[in-house]
Design a protein around this ligand. Structure first.
Ligand code: ADP
Ligand code: MG
Length: 373
């Protein structure tokens, strides 16, 4: 187990800078997920931690020791890739134990270690098979076994579930989470899948074009995204972005939205609301970010007890039942908004219905910089 600290790390390929000053610090036992679209630099960063890529500038420390010049095999790190690259002619047992064999461990030591890992991954019955005789999921387990057997300080995973079908991916995701709970080893995990990031991470680093946009626990990234890019990347259906103007009615601040800015949505009074900040934004264009689940059918009982729930009347365009809930496209004074309502809610396509917006969960963004206000 180990701490990891990445200080102002850069990577250049010729004139192109693909990592532009990455700063991340992990406590012992954390599960960091590097999340972002293809090409944003996730694998490059992971490979630099592993020692498979050189570091153009900055510093990587494992347990306080600078590892920039340390050979991969001396970093005490184990890596699982998207392609498992098992040795086809070796049995599962030998595949798992091979790194120990290379380090000169005895057969007895190896057998003990292999059995321990096989038990952990529930592949004891597969130990005598060759990779060709395994399913995709089983091969993935063997690849993980190969990493686990070394009992490293840090595990690195590069999109380990991308080649599996949907059902298996979900199962393996849970297995990885259980494994981490049991072993408590520090993990850096690369994915472009926001659900994997949300479910596995203790903290997520969301990347775009070689820059970390936000580094925070999953719920914070979800509830308080640093900018519109992060807000749009996490959550499905994605967050609604409603154009509006910050305005005041009496002593209440709110956002006026829609046609002629005719609909006033009051913001909840928060004690930490900085008056200077509000003064600066008064009368300015803002983007109101609202998650679909913060827009629900009007419920008089709930609304009476919670002043943050703004009541609005909207035309319903389309209903998309998913079983657990119904994704609903509505017109909020001329702007399309997605709501997440209950299957039991009685609304009809083409008709107007009352909804409520939980303004306590609203986010405001600067339309120019797209940063959170
Ligand atoms: N060896 C290389 N030479 C030049 N450019 C590279 C090399 N490896 C990766 N890149 C570029 O660096 C960027 C980041 O790549 P990568 O880290 O693989 O992204 P990700 O894993 O997030 O999909 C991409 O634009 C990619 O084309
Ligand atoms: Mg990659």
């Amino acid at each position: 187990m180990a701490t990891l600290s990445i200080n102002n790390v850069r990577k250049q390929y010729g004139a192109v800078e693909v990592l532009k000053g990455i700063d991340l610090t992990l406590a012992d036992g954390e599960f960091l997920v590097l999340l972002g679209p293809s090409g944003c630099g996730k694998s490059t960063l992971l490979n630099m931690i592993a020692g498979l890529e050189t570091i153009s500038a900055g510093e990587i420390r494992i347990d306080q020791r600078v590892v920039n010049g340390v050979h991969p095999k001396d970093r005490d790190i184990a890596m699982v890739f998207q392609s498992y690259a098992l040795y086809p002619n070796m049995t599962v047992a030998r595949n798992i134990g091979f790194s120990l064999e290379m380090r000169g461990q005895s057969k007895a030591e190896r057998d003990t270690a292999v059995r321990r890992v096989a038990k952990l991954l529930q592949i004891e019955h597969l130990l005598d098979r060759k990779p060709a005789q395994l399913s995709g999921g089983q091969r993935q387990r063997v690849a993980m076994g190969r990493a686990l057997v070394r009992d490293p300080k840090i595990f690195l995973f590069d999109e380990p579930l991308s080649n599996l079908d949907a059902k298996l991916r979900v199962d393996m995701r849970t297995e990885i989470k259980k494994l981490h709970q049991r072993l408590g080893t520090t993990v850096v995990y690369v994915t472009h899948d926001q659900i994997e990031a949300m479910t596995l991470a203790s903290r997520i680093a969301i990347m775009k074009e070689g820059v970390v946009q936000q580094f925070a626990p999953p719920q914070e990234v979800y509830e308080r995204p640093a900018n519109m890019y992060v807000a749009g990347f996490i959550g499905s259906p994605t967050m609604n972005f409603v154009r509006g103007t910050l305005s005041a009615e009496g002593d209440r601040l709110g956002v006026s939205v829609g046609r002629d800015r005719g609909l006033f949505l009051p913001l909840p009074e928060t004690p930490d609301q900085a008056p200077d900040q509000a003064g600066h934004w008064l009368g300015q264009e803002v983007i109101l970010g609202i998650r679909p689940e913060a827009v629900t059918c009007h419920d008089p009982a709930a609304a009476a007890g919670n002043p943050a729930l703004a009541r609005v009347s909207c035309r319903v365009d389309v209903l998309e039942p998913t079983g657990a809930d119904t994704i609903t496209y509505i017109q909020l004074n001329g702007q399309e908004v997605v709501a997440r309502i209950k299957p039991s809610d009685r609304v009809t396509e083409g008709a107007t219905a009352d909804f409520m917006i939980d303004m306590a969960r609203a986010n405001l963004f600067d339309p120019k910089t797209e940063q959170r206000i």
